[in-house]
Design a protein around this ligand. Structure first.
Ligand code: SF4
Length: 579
């Protein structure tokens, strides 16, 4: 089945920011501090359960917030509730969306001048309740054009606004009727851009597809309206919370389906729906689908990791002008595969949130992965031993480091705070430890005997391999940022944010490009180092793509990122063959 995914599907800025404010509060929580949200932060049960697990409770009554740190969700609250929260000693963390706050300000300003405020929205929606609070008792809510005629005709000063997630067409109909009744009325279309774009894209999509699937909570107003928009376009529309609600036979009738989602629908749920829909068409008639599944399976099986490490080993040899060694490549592949596979089982939560399909794959193949990983470790050990005692020792340390990465290190009782420390919990440990380990296993471990004669060349190669793997790891972290944040895995992206990571990576890529030019000129590397220039450009493009794509967790994105490393290694093989 052909599936079109809306660019605008998923978290809007307000919801994304509110989730980030909450996760940051969890990260910085003081001992004994209680954190709660006033009302559900997001209309998604999986995320709410995860927040609950992290000690963020949902409170629906003001009294229950007494003495706690209270997160005001994106919808905002009326001013009297804010004052009451202050009175009962709650510490407020205001995650009211800036656009909602702007509507508050408009209503407040006009209420002070004696205006009556009419809000187009759902009277019992939290955002509308918040907006009404600023109308100084002269607020009214309507949601159908005919309700305009029920409003008192005697009003002179009157303002019309909308709930930020209102249906654009309904608002336009109401506005026309409203201006006929109140020609001097002030009308402000306060529907959020994000909502407008989402609805416009659904209308556009409906022209190309046979059916629409709208993903999001049944209580999510903006998702309900999105489904209404699709239905109004005359397209069969399915409003679902998860893919389990879709009927395979039913959906198989459509040659193409559009998928959009409400503002509080996480990407991993959208991805599951997309994957499910894509799997419906008979695989034999869909080459693109089969290709995508194959690439996905290769990523799940850690084939890119193993292949990438082996090819990096070849690249290291090409840079240092060392004789090609198949054994070194196998050693690097075995180490990388085993470490990645074993750590997946020690750190399942983030994978489940980022990519449930991948988590299910690992669960099904667990004995196979564990068995192959153990054999790979023995093989890596054996090959290191062949290179000498020092190589064996370095490999032992690298394996030990990899194995204890995600398990608690038990320290003496006097270091109580640190006694259950995991290396993976050290901020940015993953982002930096993977490149160090890969550079060590491809450059140091196999060539220790040459350290004294080729020190500068080995140091240079270690440096560039470290930079390449650092960019690759940070890009992969960018793909997985949502799940990592929720489980509290402190990658560089989680710690400093997506924008700063992008700047950091731009800096690293600049260093890589400079190293590509300086290495051969200074005699630290062969001319193969110039190949690092296109590698830098390819990673730069991937970085740009990471920010442009809304559905970042797609395994195809992962394949594209890994393909840079594989291409670099492939060129190294060519270089070695020609030389
Ligand atoms: S829909 Fe718009 S106004 Fe509402 S929370 Fe999202 S970004 Fe803010």
């Amino acid at each position: 089945m052909k599936v079109f995914v809306a660019e605008t599907a998923g978290f809007c800025k307000g919801v994304k920011d509110a989730l980030e404010v909450t996760l940051e509060a969890v990260q910085k929580r003081q001992e004994g501090e209680k954190i709660c949200t006033f009302g559900p932060l997001i209309h998604n049960r999986q995320v709410l359960a995860m927040l609950e697990e992290k000690g963020v409770s949902e409170q629906n009554h003001l009294e229950e917030c007494a003495g706690k740190k209270v997160i005001i969700r994106a919808h905002g609250i009326p001013p009297h509730e804010r004052q009451r929260l202050h009175r009962i000693d709650a510490t407020l963390l205001d995650a009211t969306c800036k656009r909602v706050a702007k509507v508050h300000a408009v209503i407040k300003k006009h209420a002070r001048r004696g205006f009556h405020t009419v809000i187009v929205g759902d009277a019992d929606h939290a955002e509308v309740i918040g907006l009404l609070g600023y109308a100084e008792g002269r607020g009214h809510v309507i949601n159908r054009p005919e309700q305009v005629d029920e409003l008192p005709g005697s009003w002179e000063k009157v303002l019309l606004v909308a709930q930020t997630t209102q249906n654009e067409e309904v608002f336009e109909e109401i506005r026309t009727r409203f201006l006929q009744r109140y020609p001097h009325a002030l009308v402000k279309n306060t529907i959020c851009d994000s909502t407008q774009q989402r609805q416009a894209e659904v209308r556009q999509m409906c022209r190309q597809v046979a059916a629409m699937v709208v993903v999001g909570g049944y209580h999510s107003g903006n998702t309900l309206r999105l489904a209404d928009v699709a239905r109004e376009c005359g397209v069969p529309t399915y409003h679902i919370e998860t893919e389990a609600e879709l009927n395979r036979q039913d959906m198989a009738r459509y040659a193409s389906v559009g998928v959009s989602a409400g503002a509080s629908t996480p990407n991993w749920i959208i991805r599951n729906v997309v994957q499910y829909l894509e799997s419906i068409q008979p695989e034999s008639s869909n080459l693109r689908y089969r290709l995508k599944r194959t690439l996905e399976r290769l990523a799940y099986a850690n084939a890119y990791v193993a292949g990438g490490a082996a090819l990096l080993s070849a690249a290291a040899q090409a840079l240092m002008d060392f004789p090609a060694s198949f054994a070194n490549a196998v050693m690097a592949a075995c180490y990388a595969f085993a470490m990645h596979s074993l750590n997946i089982y020690l750190d399942r939560n983030a994978i489940e949130l980022n990519d449930p399909g991948r988590a299910a794959f690992y669960h099904r193949w667990r004995p196979v992965f564990t068995g192959i990983s153990v054999m790979a470790l023995f093989l890596a050990f054996g090959l290191a031993m062949k290179s000498g005692f020092l190589a064996f020792l370095v490999m032992g340390l690298l394996i030990l480091f990899g194995l204890i990465y995600a398990v608690p290190v038990i320290l003496p009782a006097r270091w109580q705070n640190l006694s259950a420390l995991k290396i993976k919990d050290i901020p940015t440990s993953k982002t930096f430890s993977v490149p160090i380990a890969w550079a060590a296993v491809t450059v140091i471990a196999p060539h220790l005997s040459s350290l004294s004669t080729a020190f500068a060349s080995m140091l240079y190669t270690f440096w560039v391999i470290f930079l390449i793997v650092l960019v690759r790891t940070a890009l992969l972290d960018l793909l997985a940022v949502r799940g990592d944040r929720l489980v509290g895995r402190e990658t560089l992206v989680v710690l400093v944010g997506e924008r700063r990571t992008a700047w950091f990576l731009t800096g690293v890529l600049t260093l890589l490009a400079l190293s590509a030019v300086i290495g051969p000129l200074a005699g630290f590397a062969t001319g193969f180092a110039y190949v690092l220039l296109p590698v830098t450009a390819a990673y730069g493009y991937q970085l740009h793509r990471c920010f442009a794509s809304r559905l970042r967790e797609d395994p195809l994105c992962e394949t594209l990122i890994e393909s840079v490393l594989i291409g670099f290694g492939g060129l190294a093989l060519l270089w070695i063959a020609i030389r």
